[in-house]
Ligand binder design. Sequence first.
Ligand code: AMO
Length: 439
Amino acid sequence: MLDELGDWRKTHYTKDVSPELVGQEVILGGWVRNYRDLGGLKFINLQDKYGERQITLKKGDISDELFEKAKLGYQYCIMVKGKVKTFKKAPGGIEIIPSDIKILNKTPEKLPIDMTGETISELDLRLNNRPLDLRSQRNQAIFDIRGQVLNSIRKFLTERDFTEITTPKIIGSATEGGTELFPIMYFDKEAFLTQSAQLYKEQLSGVYERVYEISPAFRAEKSRTRRHVCEIFTLDVEMAFSNMYDVLTVLEELVHKVIKDIRENQITALRFLNMENKTIIPEIPFPRYKYDEILELIENKFSLNIEWGEDISTEAYRKLGNELTEYYYITHWPMIIKPFYIMHSKNPKYSESFDLQMGWLELTSGGSRVHNKDHLIAALESKGLNPISFKSHLKVFDFGMPPHAGFGLGIDRWITFLCGLDDIRESIFYPRTPDRLTP
Ligand code: AMO
């Protein structure tokens, strides 16, 4: 028999149970992180979204009926009414002496994954049981940092006159002309899931000047690596009356501020993930290397040959990451490997584009955009794309489109790095990969 919620409501979260409350009655609710039955003494570690508190049941001090009832299992959902007491040996120096407990839901005796914190179950198994897995302290730390990053980004950009936008995720034709699109049925027509907010953010920079969006994008890449997923979460930024150099400055200041905020507000999470010493507020400006310089370095240092105009291989990036261990920019990529909307440099072989790297990992790409309609049509054609398919986008460039520039930052990749994770899937509540569509 399970108890009903009835008129019980939480009076506090575990984090709010402070020494000032000693002697007072509180109602807490959450899950049993740990349960120890020592005969005449039982300890419950009750966890909620913020942390945990110890509930102590001593035979004789509480009613026999309650002592008997408190036979609990890992992750039972319970509520506890009780008095706050100081107890040096308890975590946080406080314990709760219960007067009543409600068992709101039970769990099987054997849970599918380890919830004791003693071992970490295998990732796929954890992902199969994700809502349970997310209650682990490790995941609480990861998602506290993820929440902090999103909050800090919003605050930073709002303070700098950026407007938050939201743009369609169902689109009629390819955004970037790539092949990595998921087709869907849109009533009786074919449509696609968007691969990027690119074209819409550009359009809206012609209205609100400085815009950003934090949203999912869909990449039908069959890449089974520890840094690729099919549903990504990106920060898209676009700035009118600006070029690549303005964007480089905003982006490095944003990275600097977000990491400062993490250090200030998430030290417990960082400690839990063993990232306190590794999370260093980076100095700005970040070093800037041109694509040609990077190619030279790769060739001279690692004797790896990359043809001019080719993308940098994973092997080369890995080696580069041993050499350049901080945040840095790679700018002026060859025009031939950049999308149609990227502006060329003075020397048209090169583009006004950049990637932000953290060691070997690419976190961001961006650049100055083409804002002249005729040039944009020519750029589409040079990439083998049909301007007719981009008719509605091109029309916007008849209406006084300002020069603009921007970037897209992969939030999941950044969280993976900031939390020191081995696999990007750990940074996402419900990751989507070529092999995973549930839960
Ligand atoms: P890009 O395609 O480089 O640029 O994407 C931007 C950033 O998103 C992340 N990312 C991914 N993360 C995980 N799994 C994937 N499959 C994946 N694909 C991309 C990376 C990458 O740097 N429209 C441009 C941005 C711009 O120019 O504003 C774009 O989408 O961290």
